[in-house]
Design a protein around this ligand. Structure first.
Ligand code: UD1
Ligand code: MG
Length: 457
């Protein structure tokens, strides 16, 4: 906010972020902690941790519930600290739980909610700008299409005077105050903790509300402001419906960003990405493709319709699908072709190799320019352990071969169609592993003549 004078002193602008993630999430009706529910294939909390990192937070504290070990584990992976709030007595109480770790922190504190996964650093940085211009508490507000459930920001047009929670608001307040609190705010760490010590729990939910610090700040003559954000950035997830809505918002954002980055999609609305999906420019993706976690698709590759791809690295110019399934550890080199109804798991396929129809390649390596015939199966599991199949370069595996691992097929070898291969095949050999065909002339006719039709009952 530009009206306030810049501060004359020069306080530390170091940033600490506190992410609230201890709520019970009862509306999700789930055994999984709410913030661990995925959006774009990773927990909502991870999205918020990424935002804290992007904002340059020097410390990030996740406030977790007593029994939420997965939450603490995820925080560790993002170099964040965890503090336990037990029992969870409201959002104000949750922020105070971080006081033990941040009480002496001489810098700004930003509060984020673990259940608001679509927030971006760009939407939050105006809060820090306001602090730099002398504002004491800056909060993110928005105007939801349906404001029910959200805290209403009571302003004088410029400053926030207080926030009334939906459950505590009068009908009049619900009608006129349409600017709602998005859950994110920033201020000096010491000030926020100080204000929170004055917050009680006499309200409709018997909780310590974070939102009560605005009334307290106003009473002290401090300046609180609201920065408005678009609804799709701050939508909170409290129910499965809202989770689905957040997922749709995430997908729309990723599709748009990838189109802008040079990825070609015929019908983007039918293609689903994860937060970590990497697609290079000039990749073409046909309709109805799902990317699970851990996928990279390199320049010029083509993903045809109806593929499910996770944990895979797809090389330049490769063609995958239609109807292919790539599972974790699938590594396709340049110009590899994987066709319809082919499943690839933990298998490295070198440049120019092809498996175009109805095959299972698991725990295998396939050398450059080899051709895997229709119906080929690597029998990688003996009921107890997994074993490797090693296929060399320029190998031809005939249709309907079963390669019983562990087994090696040398460079340039041929495996005859319909073979069951249980022993290694040396380079340039031709291997048969099937019964020799025998033909009895006239036998079919004789059998027909000998067989008397049974009388119908
Ligand atoms: C909160 C705000 C409301 C705002 C809305 C925006 C308060 C009192 N209300 O309501 O003004 O419009 O978010 O989405 O702040 N949590 C804890 N410990 C607790 C309670 C909650 O860590 O004791 C965490 C939850 O895990 C969640 C976040 O705080 O990540 C918000 O809690 P939630 O119960 O969802 O608050 P809302 O009812 O959505
Ligand atoms: Mg919420």
């Amino acid at each position: 906010m530009s009206q306030a004078a810049p501060t004359s002193t020069n306080p530390s602008s170091a940033l600490a972020v506190v992410i609230l993630a201890a709520g019970k999430g009862v509306r999700m009706k789930s055994a999984l902690p709410k913030v661990m529910h995925p959006v774009g294939g990773r927990p909502m909390l991870a999205h918020v941790l990424e935002v804290a990192r992007a904002l340059g937070a020097v410390r990030t504290i996740v406030v977790a519930a007593a029994d939420a070990e997965p939450v603490a584990e995820l925080a560790r992976r993002w170099d964040a600290e965890t503090v336990v709030q037990d029992p969870p007595l409201g959002t104000g109480h949750a922020v105070l739980a971080a006081e033990g770790l941040l009480g002496n922190f001489d810098g700004n504190l930003m509060v984020l909610f673990g259940d608001t996964p679509l927030i971006t650093p760009k939407a939050l940085s105006p809060l820090l700008d306001d602090l730099a211009h002398g504002v004491d508490i800056a909060a993110l507000g928005f105007r939801p299409s349906d404001p029910s459930g959200y805290g209403r920001m009571v302003t004088d047009g410029e400053r926030v005077l207080r926030i009334v929670e939906h459950k505590d608001a009068s009908d009049h307040e619900r009608r006129i105050h349409m600017l709602c609190f998005a859950g994110m705010l920033a201020g000096r760490a010491k000030l926020i903790f100080d204000l929170l010590h004055g917050v009680g729990q006499r309200n409709a939910q018997g909780e310590y509300y974070l939102t009560d610090i605005f009334g307290a700040a106003h009473a002290r003559g401090l300046i609180a402001t609201a920065v408005e954000a678009a609804e799709h950035l701050v939508a909170g997830v409290n129910s499965r419906r809202q989770l689905a809505y957040a997922e749709a918002g995430f997908q729309a954002r990723r599709r748009g960003a990838l189109l802008d980055a040079g990825v070609n999609m015929t019908d983007p609305a039918t293609v689903y990405f994860c937060a970590d999906t990497v697609i290079e420019p000039d990749v073409t993706i046909a309709p109805f493709v799902v990317f699970g976690p851990g996928v990279r698709v390199r320049r010029g590759a083509e993903i045809r319709a109806f593929c499910h791809i996770e944990g895979a690295d797809i090389g330049e110019g490769a063609i995958v699908g239609p109807f292919a399934r790539l599972r974790p550890g699938a590594e396709l080199g340049e110009n590899v072709h994987i066709g319809n109804f082919v499943e690839v798991k933990n298998t490295k396929i070198a440049k120019g190799a092809k498996a175009n129809h109805l095959a299972y390649l698991g725990d295998a390596t396939v050398g450059a320019a080899s051709n895997i015939g229709a119906g080929t199966i690597t029998c990688n599991f003996d009921g107890v352990n997994k074993h490797k199949t090693e296929i060399g370069e320029g190998v031809f595996i005939g249709s309907d071969a079963t390669l019983v691992a562990p087994v090696k097929i040398g460079d340039g070898a041929y495996v005859a169609a319909g073979s069951t291969v249980t022993e290694n095949v040396e380079a340039d050999a031709l291997a048969f592993g099937r019964a020799r065909q025998s033909v009895k002339p006239g036998r079919a006719k004789a059998m027909r003549a000998a067989a008397k039709p049974k009388e119908r009952e």
